[in-house]
Design a binder for this molecule. Structure first.
Ligand SMILES: [Zn+2]
Length: 599
């Protein structure tokens, strides 16, 4: 029988006949067999840093369907990778070993360099910056070395000859020689029908390949232009020495006022330093998209194109001679869907222009924003002009995590146990017990906004510093509904309603903004903030006008809108907007006064 021709079997027969070493050949075969499986699994385990974080995120958000799909894709990928390592034809095995080892190495190297898993936008930006490859290699030597080691180990594990497999099993293996293409295509489909977030945390042996395929396809279909550069420094001197762009999280403006229309204590005590634009409309109702719009010079009329090609806020700041600082005090485990320190579509290319990058870590939740304030205060002591973009943790869900016991001034509240996970929040809503949820949210605002600003005004010298304060999106409270990130043209308007203030003690500057806050009260949107920042940096009207009217211009639109779809144009270049009328702003924020308070 042909089965017996393999050397191992022959040896086995020989020994068997001599009844000397029964287990030797079986054991030898089994050893290689097990070794291949074990080393491959260890290799996969060690090169997928994003797995646990992604899973935590899915569990935290109670996203059961996605968890099941995620698990199936993982199991299928492992199965496919195992088949590859046991391919009998060395050419086929060697080919896949090369591809998989290279993919894993690139992903591993990218993670080692920037603490970030590759995403579509990263691949795009890397492609656009490919002329800088040499410089990147120099800069990230340690990452390149690590990635080289990963490549060699990965190749050896997969390419090392497996035990002989014969008969039907061998035929079946050969039949599946090109099977790894299937999961890659599956991931590509996921990217196109969902988004590139859908492949976050999936096996780095295959998923970067799908991202590259998706980007390659996009690039072959239409040219994606590179991000513009800025040629000239601003014409005028900057209007203020330091500028802080303070973006809060999940702030529904209604809760910044008491029922008699008074702003929170933290603000009213310092009313003479605030230009309050009332209720504004955010760029989007989801954190990542809103923040990207704020940083990347997006316009409402040409959203996708500008998100991709406008110079970033950092480029403008640098050209104007500002030092750039980024502070992120959000708890990544709860807000970052990909395993790195960059969130909100920030790429490593963008981050290169940030002089100081702070990621607040290892701090109790209620202290996150206060740590941010300390960093801000220290950075603003600098002699050189400083631009800070800061992501506050604010009133991020779960609300009860955001404040200490002592700040629970509104009662009854949701117990800590009940408030875990968005699913349990929905259950709570279904019980009809809205009051405890809103109380928990109000306590959150009391601690992370009211008390925060009280301290900010005490600690920060605002005589030559301006702060633009807003939130990434609003917060919607309704039984059986998510609080934000709804999609479509009918998303609840409240999800896009946010506060907007300019805070400074530089009097002439404040007065001009107080004046425009009178005309533009309840009429602005966040698209006007980017040109405002350019104005403060000293850029000419000509440059500002590319981004539409700023906060000092009369708001031109009767109806504002926030985006509820993809802003990167990866799935479709159609943009989806939820329009918000002035009447809705007034109706949905009943606590706010109808006119700005002047006294
Ligand atoms: Zn958010």
């Amino acid at each position: 029988m042909t089965h017996d021709r393999t050397p191992c079997r022959q040896i086995f027969r020989l020994y068997y006949a001599a009844v000397l070493c029964f287990i030797c050949p079986v054991f030898g075969n089994l050893l290689i067999f097990n070794l291949k499986i074990i080393t491959l699994l260890i290799f996969i385990f060690l090169t997928n840093q994003g797995f646990v974080r992604r899973l935590n995120y899915l569990v935290e958000t109670n996203n059961n369907t996605t968890i099941i799909v995620f698990a199936i894709l993982w199991l299928f990928s492992i199965f496919v990778l195992l088949l590859v390592t046991f391919q009998q034809n060395w050419l086929i095995r060697g080919f896949w070993a090369l591809v998989i080892a290279a993919t894993t190495a690139v992903s591993y190297g990218f993670y080692a360099a920037g603490g970030s898993e590759l995403e579509v936008l990263d691949v795009l930006e890397l492609w656009q910056a490919r002329h800088e490859t040499g410089r990147a290699f120099d800069h990230f030597q340690h990452a390149v070395i690590k990635s080289g080691i990963v490549a060699i180990i990965g190749f050896l594990i997969i390419a090392y000859p497996p035990p002989k497999i014969i008969g039907k099993a061998k035929k079946l293996l050969t039949l599946f020689a090109w099977l790894p293409i299937l999961p890659v295509l599956l991931f590509v489909t996921l990217i196109f029908i969902k988004s590139d977030k859908a492949v976050a945390g999936l096996p780095q042996q295959l998923s970067p390949l799908s991202i590259a395929t998706a980007v390659g396809y996009k690039l072959s279909v239409h040219q994606i232009p590179a991000r513009d550069t800025i040629k000239n420094p601003p014409k005028h001197a900057a209007k203020v020495k330091h500028l802080v762009y303070l973006v809060d999280e999940s702030i529904n403006p209604n809760y910044l006022y008491s029922s008699d229309g008074k702003l929170l204590q933290g603000f009213t005590q310092n009313q003479d330093k605030i230009a309050n634009f009332g209720t504004s409309v955010s760029g989007s109702n989801c954190s990542a998209r809103s923040n990207a719009i704020l940083r990347l010079g997006a316009t409402r009329d040409n959203l996708i194109q500008t998100v991709r090609t406008s110079p970033t806020i950092w480029q403008y700041a640098k050209k104007a001679g500002f030092r750039t600082v980024y502070i992120d005090s959000q708890e990544s485990e709860k807000t970052v869907t990909k395993p790195n320190d960059f969130q909100n579509y920030m790429t490593s290319e963008e981050a290169k222009l940030i002089d100081k990058f702070y990621k607040v870590k290892n701090v109790d939740s209620p202290d996150l924003d206060y740590r941010l304030l300390e960093i801000m205060k220290a950075e603003l002591k600098s002699d050189s002009p400083t631009f800070i973009y800061a992501n506050k943790n604010g009133a991020h869900f779960p609300y009860s995590d955001n404040y200490p016991e002592s700040a629970a001034i509104y009662q009854p509240v949701v117990s800590v146990h009940e408030s875990r996970g968005i699913g349990s929040l929905l259950d709570l809503y279904q019980d009809g017990s809205m009051l405890p949820v809103i109380n928990t949210y109000k306590n959150s605002i009391y601690w992370t906004v009211d008390k925060f600003f009280e301290k900010l005004f005490q600690d920060v010298n605002l005589s030559d510093t301006a702060i633009i304060y807003t939130s990434d999106h609003g917060q919607y409270f309704e039984p059986s509904s998510t609080t934000h990130c709804s999609s479509g043209e009918d998303a609840p308007a409240t999800e896009g309603l946010v506060p907007l203030m300019l805070i400074t003690d530089k009097k002439p500057l404040l007065l001009s903004f107080v004046g425009s806050a009178m005309t533009n009260y309840n009429a602005t949107d966040q698209f006007s903030v980017f040109p405002t920042v350019l104005d403060l940096f000293g850029y000419s009207d000509e440059i500002q006008n590319k981004y539409g009217p700023d906060l000092l211009d009369p708001a031109p639109r009767k109806v504002s809108a926030f985006n509820t779809g993809d802003i990167l144009g990866i799935i479709s270049i159609e943009t989806v907007w939820r329009e918000v009328s002035k009447e809705e702003r007034i109706k949905l924020v009943p606590n706010a006064p109808l006119k700005p308070i002047t006294d």
